[in-house]
Design a protein around this ligand. Structure first.
Ligand code: SF4
Length: 281
């Protein structure tokens, strides 16, 4: 509990800093159009910079720090990751592809980093403006933020892509830097609020794919009566490895992707309790 308090305190300081800056726009490090892995249909994904977690497998390490930073591209050219946009500017960019969202049942996904670790006044206003013009908003979150951040976007968001990395809090802390208490607590509250939740499970061979961990996960979901629209299984990949060197950091990843047979078994197992279990996002 001490660790959680320390974590919440550290995070709260960041929120206060952001709010003190009134409508300060968060930093965005990428806008990906025609995305098909960040929720239903064709989507535009906005990647906000800054995350309260530091997952060892993170394939977007440029998303972790809140401030802009230098990164080399594949031709060794330096670029600055992270720039600010006004809400009007982002709404205009999103609106340009509205026809594709409408035809495919898609929309806009706020991702990161962690979008709910950003200035909530800005984020909720952006979501509200998109909803106002008929664009559906999905929030991709690691859940490790105060509940008030969820409350701010709930009225304007249609879907939550909710990452649960480990049901075991010690493992969560060891590999992400923070325990999972906030993550589980927010998931319960989000489900109780009737939100459409797509639970996203990264699969790390031998860590969260063991019989024991899967059973604990299933038991917890059942005991808490968590209502899910879908479960997405996301097998680990190391596509982001090179980015660490491009940022001048050391990559310490040593994870393994489960075999296809294992992934199929996990899918089958979870299908016994949840109707819609997909591999991939
Ligand atoms: S929560 Fe996502 S963005 Fe944040 S460190 Fe973990 S993998 Fe990276």
């Amino acid at each position: 509990m001490k660790a959680v308090n320390k974590f919440v305190k550290k995070y709260a300081k960041h929120v206060l800093k952001m709010e003190a800056a009134a409508m300060d726009a968060p930093y965005v490090f990428n806008i990906q159009k025609f995305s098909t892995h960040d929720g239903p249909g064709i989507r535009t994904t906005i990647f906000f910079k800054g995350c309260p977690l530091h997952c060892d497998w993170c394939h977007n390490p440029e998303s972790q720090r809140f401030e802009p930073e230098k990164m080399l591209d594949k031709d060794q050219h330096e670029q600055i990751m992270g720039r600010q946009y006004s809400i009007d500017e982002l709404v205009r960019i999103m609106q340009a592809d509205q026809i594709f969202y409408d035809q495919s049942g898609g929309g806009v996904t706020f991702s990161g980093g962690e979008v709910l670790a950003q200035n909530r006044v800005y984020v909720s206003e952006l979501a509200r403006r998109l909803q106002e013009i008929g664009i559906s908003v999905a929030i991709d979150t690691c859940g490790a933020v105060p509940w008030s951040q969820f409350e701010a976007v709930l009225p304007y968001s249609d879907i939550f892509l909710y990452d649960l990395k480990f049901i075991d809090s010690q493992l969560h802390e060891r590999y992400t830097g923070a325990p999972n208490i906030l993550v589980l607590e927010n998931l319960k509250r989000l489900s109780a609020a009737g939100a459409a939740i797509y639970l996203r499970l990264i699969l790390l061979e031998g860590l969260n794919t063991t019989d024991e961990m899967l059973q604990r996960l299933q038991d917890w979901l059942q005991q808490e009566g968590i209502q899910l629209q879908e479960i997405d299984l996301l097998p680990y990949h190391d596509f982001g490895r090179d980015k660490y060197a491009q940022l001048g950091r050391v990559c310490t990843q040593h994870f393994k992707r489960p075999s296809d047979d294992q992934i199929a078994m996990i899918q089958q197992r979870l299908t016994a309790t949840h109707a819609n279990v997909q591999v991939g996002g």
